[in-house]
Write a protein that binds this ligand. Structure first.
Ligand SMILES: *Cc1c(COP(=O)(O)O)cnc(C)c1O
Length: 379
């Protein structure tokens, strides 16, 4: 019998997606594979390995702990921590040999202080972030960004100025604003190149910008969602020739007849209006299947599409098989993935619940084992 719930991850698909993306990059641009949030739910270490095999030149994560996990996993590639680091988190990031992002001089001082602790680390490579419009991390002020860059240069040899970066707010929608952000970024890059000739890696593009605007590629792109074969615009990934790496399965644990008037699930949100067969799949919101799919989802069983009915509970969902079922206990059920000619994508699922594929994929919980394969063959 299948496992109650399992996420199958095709590492060959991640590898091919990375190759496909690299094939579309402007000349000279490298790809940094973003494997934060446990590789968007795919497993950071296996996803990183597949991305590097596909030709990625660097890895990026959001936190010190994520950087340490990769370093402990044996990766020697550059690891960039994209996120903010508190004073408590900084030593772990430095110990992992991660590259850091700075936008204020006090942070540069704090990195210096960690280095001064005599841990014998190599130079810490620092990327300076200019906020050109996302309004989140980074500094909006060009002079401050330049001052931070100079503080990094002054802290040689402990620190090394490695890059200039920014992040787009609307690469999945408004390309005019992307252009505006890019225009604000270019003079900063030029100044840093003058200050540190030959050293600066300029990078701005996330997956959406990588796929849509070649002028954003610069020296490096930072692709997350696309390497997993999910679409950065939350449409069908086939449109960008991306191949979903993850499929989510459960199985039919019970099948029983409901008479007209019988209900299924908490709150009796589904009441049969005719005699019908109900299947129960042992997967629920405790596994990351959103409660928003209550009476609002679909699953594939035996190559057919069936509606999810009733409330999604923590450990189970119920499915309406109709009056004459062709489904047996033990059959595989697919919540994301293909079965015969039918297909359900993370994007479909996200649209149903008013979110984006990113959240669907990251939301698959730890309770769901990840099973790795390469095009169906054992890893
Ligand atoms: C997460 C992240 C990315 C990757 O974004 P995708 O849309 O998943 O490609 C790139 N840059 C930064 C700063 C990020 O935080």
């Amino acid at each position: 019998m299948p496992l109650r719930a399992v996420a199958e991850i095709n590492l060959a698909a991640i590898e091919r997606n990375v190759r496909t993306l690299i094939g579309r990059l402007a000349p000279g641009a490298r790809l940094c594979a973003v494997v934060k949030a446990d590789g968007y739910g795919h497993g950071a270490v296996p996803a990183a390995r597949a991305a590097l095999r596909g030709g990625a030149g660097a890895l990026a994560v959001a936190s010190a702990e994520e950087a340490a996990e990769l370093r402990d996993g044996g990766f020697r590639a550059p690891i960039l921590v994209l996120g903010a680091l508190s004073r408590e988190e900084l030593p772990m990031a430095v110990a992992a040999g991660a590259e850091l992002v700075a936008w204020d001089e006090r942070f540069v001082e704090a990195v210096r202080a960690v280095m001064g602790d005599g841990a014998g680390y190599g130079p810490v490579r620092v990327h300076v972030k200019l906020d050109t419009g996302l309004g989140r991390l980074g500094t909006r002020r060009l002079e401050q960004a330049l001052a931070v860059a100079h503080a990094v240069l002054d802290a040689a040899p402990e620190l090394e100025l490695a890059g200039a970066m920014t992040h787009f707010a609307t690469a999945d929608e408004d390309l005019e604003f992307v252009e505006r952000q890019l225009r604000a970024f270019v003079p900063f890059v030029a100044s840093l190149r003058l200050a540190a000739p030959g050293a600066i890696v300029a990078h701005a593009a996330n997956s959406a910008a990588t796929v849509r605007v070649a002028s954003t590629h610069l020296d490096m792109v930072r692709c997350g969602i696309a390497i997993y074969g999910a679409d950065p615009m939350n449409v069908d990934p086939a449109a960008s020739r991306l191949e979903p790496a993850l499929s989510l399965h459960s199985y039919v644990a019970a099948v029983k007849l409901a008479a007209s008037g019988d209900s299924a699930g908490y709150g009796r949100r589904f009441v049969a209006d005719r005699e019908t067969w109900i299947a129960t799949l042992p997967i629920g919101y405790g596994d990351g299947v959103s409660r928003g799919l209550s009476n609002n989802g679909e699953v594939l069983i035996g190559g057919r599409r069936y509606p999810l009915v009733g409330t999604v509970s923590m450990d189970n969902v119920t499915v309406d098989l109709g009056p004459s079922p062709r489904v047996e206990v033990g059959e595989l059920a697919t919540l994301i993935g293909t079965d015969g000619r039918e297909r359900l994508t993370a994007e479909d699922l996200a649209r149903r619940i008013g979110t984006i594929n990113y959240e669907v994929l990251c939301g698959i919980s730890r309770r769901v084992p990840r099973a790795y394969h390469r095009d169906g063959a054992a890893e």
